[in-house]
Design a protein around this ligand. Sequence first.
Ligand code: G6P
Length: 603
Amino acid sequence: MCGIIGYVGKKKNAIHVLINGLKALEYRGYDSAGIAYMENNKINIIKEQGKIKNLEEKIDFKIKSNLGIGHTRWATHGKPCVINSHPHKVGKITIVHNGIIENYEELKKILIQNGYSFKSETDTEVICALIDKLYNEKNDMIQVLDKCRNLLKGSYALGIINDDQPNTLYAIRKDSPLIIAIGENENYISSDVPAILDYTNKYILLDNNEIAKLTDSKIDIYNINNEIITKKIKTFEWNIEKTLKNGYDHFMLKEINEQPEVIKDTLLPYISNGYKSLLNNMPCFKNYEKIDIVACGSAYHAGLIGKYLIEKYADIPVNVEIASEYRYKKLFINNKTLVIIISQSGETADSLAALRKAKEHNIDTLAIVNVVGSSIAREAKDVLYIKAGCEIAVATTKAYSAQVAMLGLIALNIAKSKKKISNQKIDNFIQDIDTLINEMKKLLKNENYLKIAKNIYNKNNLFFIGRKIDYALAMEGSLKLKEISYIHSEAYPAGELKHGSISLIEEKTPVFAIVTDKSIAEKTISNIKEAKARGAEVILIITDELDREADFYDEKIVIPKINDLFQPLLSIIPLQLISYEVAKLRNCDIDKPRNLAKSVTVE
Ligand code: G6P
């Protein structure tokens, strides 16, 4: 969601760096893009609605520049259009912004009284005018930005250029991500590492309220007291090849296919020595009597799977909540509660706010995160990293699976720490990992997905049903399809369909039915028959142990039975790949679906 890139240096042409960077940030989701670059001590701004290629068509790449900022905008204040796109310029100040300023209307009134006028509907133009006003009063950018951070309420990552300083780039952040990347005689700012990986893997994480001043040869970081501080230089581990498509048509397909490797990488560090490795490298779970899992989107769906696994094996209650609700609701927590926040990006604004709320209540927090060093990873008491690597497609697949795998591992650890599980049983699970990986690989190659996709890709409405853990899977399957193919679908607990929504089932309405849990399978099958009797076209996803020849389904995908902990990691693969094939048949922009952002850094 909104991407920022900035460059200062004489080695490269800023314009090229900005456009390359914006392309690498495309996955975050956007609806317009723009750049500002310094040419002969004068700022030029080019902006365009829609894709970056529209912007590229307006740029003269022969122009040389050594300073610039670029932005992909995901509209929050004001519709997507050229005027509302970033960069914005007021007086001597040009900026790009990611975040939301909550008091911008108040500030705007004051600025209008001071003679400023505004062209756009954005909160960003207000920040720009504010910095210009303060600069006219103080003439010292560090003092100006210091004052600014006291006046702005909300979240922001800002890249800033001042007409008076044609070789300097400023940045400041609060609650929106920004990194400072380090080159030789050149430096960068960026929302995320992929945008600068072509040039360097050395970077500094800018912390909340820090100000950065960058020239080609120097980076000064100022703390809240305006003192220059020394920051740790980090090295990014994911390599550039891993962020390329490697011959796949889409990042999503590549990422789905990476799942066996990702699951292995995520689990192995914790189980290398069988049950004896358990409880090592994990927080101590012994004293918790209740768990709240909080997340958004697919991470929330992973949390629902975690609930089934933890409740089943560790025998403690788990409450799973959507972060945007949790952050505003009354919490029933005490010092025996653990709050687990799940987030691929580690930057989701609502999940971060939920984490902070739990911390305000002095509750222990554990983050399950993919992006190393992200805000949620840094702020939680403990963090467990999944090893999904760089996920580019907006619709998550491999990170979701890795979250599910990590939650299974947590279930085992809690069960062990509470003496609810035998060592033998733990070892049985661990021994199944090789089978899991092999079966995942086989399922990835199943050829029936395209055939099923061809039957449903022109439908307008469909259902996903299941019970217990299969209902949690149905929710993720339904979301995947909606996200990338724009077909409306609903996930329902199979037993609930007849309490209303079955009225929507008509002749040939597709219903995906997931049946992997033996304890409830016959009940689900009764519900499938109810839908079938009303004309549903049933696509059954069933384990081999429950499979049967019958007339209550039209298409069937049989998946191998494995232990409960790993079963969801197999069951989700057909759902991901069918969604992918449907979206492809509908010519959708699979990696960058409309209106969506990979990392939702606003509330
Ligand atoms: C966005 C993405 C989803 C993701 C959700 C939570 O909506 O499009 O794929 O599941 O955010 O993101 P997080 O980074 O916190 O896992």
